[in-house]
Design a protein around this ligand. Structure first.
Ligand code: CO8
Length: 399
């Protein structure tokens, strides 16, 4: 680190946002992550397969243009495997349904509706991720007394998916859904931590079942490659009750939001009240990627820096940053702003090459996959960022 000049300039609301800071706490209220779980859909789509089907769609569309009686030609540009890898670092993604996405006449997953008596798809993948997390934490589901399903897209309005998961697992207490887009998991862990510290719950499951392919516009060249499906789960409990082998204490959590239209999805229950908008592109994921990149990178680096400054932890004491997995260039830049040099793969591990952007699951997948080498006392940061805008940063220490 070359010193003060290379540190990120404070974002205008950092580091002076006093409301954002936690009050010092006593050890007796310390809260740990005692287990994590990951569900990976069995089907994958490579960039080559995705571009091939997109380009077939473009070819068919362009052939259709300009015929007699049609409007002036609106020709579409083909996508490219090289662009995707270079602009994003993504090489493939896992999906719940490959066939529907790759059908050039459809370009949308086909996931049949299930009867109400059957577990919903989203609850099903949530339960799978939760089972792995419980196993790692050495707990049975009946020992869980709160379930938070925290993700970008919920399958239905109500009843809450979290309550369905609670019933399927056989856990007690209460359950609710929450959505802070890509930051849902870190905001969820902080909500769970607050619940444990206040005594509202003793052991909380925070689950992020992200079926992002349902809200991705596979006809949009700018974004058709961005997302993938996955589910993660995190067990949060009091350090006092934890019997897991390698828990991570959550030392500090910082949450930040600032309204932006640069990542938006207008799908919602009022769509039917204006028929003219039904089926329009803005009822799926839309973003101004360049602006997101430019605005979010400095804000994330500044938030982490402010957090570390407040806690008087030098950045050199951070062994690893498990960053949100949206874009490789974005993560490299955030790490460079903080470290004053390139980060190694150990310092800022990458999973988006394999999973693409799995929204809120991304930073948790990185944490799930890349923490076994941590020794007692090692520090790391789990940080997510995305639509809202929203940023959530958790400082964790291996116990
Ligand atoms: N193939 C070939 N060329 C392409 C393609 C393509 N597929 N797409 C665009 N191009 C072209 C463009 O036309 C442009 O050409 P020209 O220069 O001639 O105009 C050129 O490539 C460059 O285009 P861009 O400027 O758009 O490319 P970038 O280098 O900016 O890369 C990215 C685009 C990858 C989208 C990048 O901007 C990015 O990743 N930005 C950050 C995005 C991000 O982090 N988003 C996070 C939001 S996700 C979130 O919060 C969760 C929301 C909820 C999820 C819901 C699930 C669906």
């Amino acid at each position: 680190n070359s010193g003060a000049e290379s540190r990120p300039a404070a974002h205008r609301r950092f580091p002076n946002n006093e409301n954002n800071k936690e009050k010092p706490m006593s050890d007796s209220r310390s809260v740990v992550i005692s287990g994590t779980g990951l569900y990976t859909p069995p089907q994958a789509i490579s960039n080559e397969d995705l571009v091939d089907s997109f380009n077939r769609f473009v070819q068919a569309h362009n052939l259709d243009q300009g015929g007699e009686g049609t409007a002036p030609a609106e020709l579409l540009e083909p996508s490219s495997v090289e662009f995707i890898a270079k602009a994003s670092g993504i090489r493939q993604r896992y999906v719940v349904d490959r066939e529907g996405i790759l059908d050039p006449n459809r370009l949308c997953p086909k996931i049949p509706e299930r009867p109400n008596e059957q577990l919903s798809v989203q609850a099903e993948i949530a339960v799978q991720a939760a089972t792995g997390a419980l196993e790692q934490a050495g707990l049975c589901a009946s020992q869980i007394d709160a379930v938070i399903v925290a993700c970008s897209n919920l399958q239905r309005a109500y009843p809450a998916v979290a309550i369905e998961v609670q019933a399927a697992l056989g856990s007690g207490g209460f359950a609710y859904d929450m959505n802070v887009a890509c930051s849902s998991a870190t905001f969820g862990v902080q909500a769970a931590r607050d619940a444990v510290r206040s005594g509202t719950a003793q052991r909380v499951l925070v689950i992020s079942p992200e079926i992002t392919s349902g809200h991705l516009n596979f006809r949009d060249r700018d974004s058709h490659f961005i997302f993938g499906d996955a589910a993660t789960a995190v067990v949060v409990e009091s350090a006092g009750t934890c019997t897991a082998e390698a828990p991570f204490e959550v030392l500090d959590g910082r949450l930040f939001t600032e309204f932006s239209n640069n990542i938006r999805n207008n799908f919602g229950f009022l769509n039917r009240a204006d028929e003219s908008g039904i089926g329009a592109a803005d009822k799926l994921f839309v973003q101004n990627g360049r602006k997101v990149f430019k605005e979010v990178v400095p804000a994330v680096a500044a938030l982490i820096q402010a957090q570390l400054d407040d806690l008087q932890v030098p950045v050199t004491a951070i062994k690893r940053m498990w960053l949100h997995q949206a874009n490789l260039n974005m993560n490299q830049l955030i790490a460079r702003k903080l470290l004053g040099r390139e980060a190694s793969a150990e310092e800022a591990p990458v999973i988006l090459d394999e999973f693409a952007n799995t929204s809120s699951a991304g930073s948790i997948i990185a944490f799930h996959r890349h923490r076994a080498d941590f020794a007692s006392g090692d520090l790391g940061i789990i940080c997510s960022f995305g639509a809202g805008y929203s940023i959530g940063s958790l400082l964790v220490r291996r116990q």
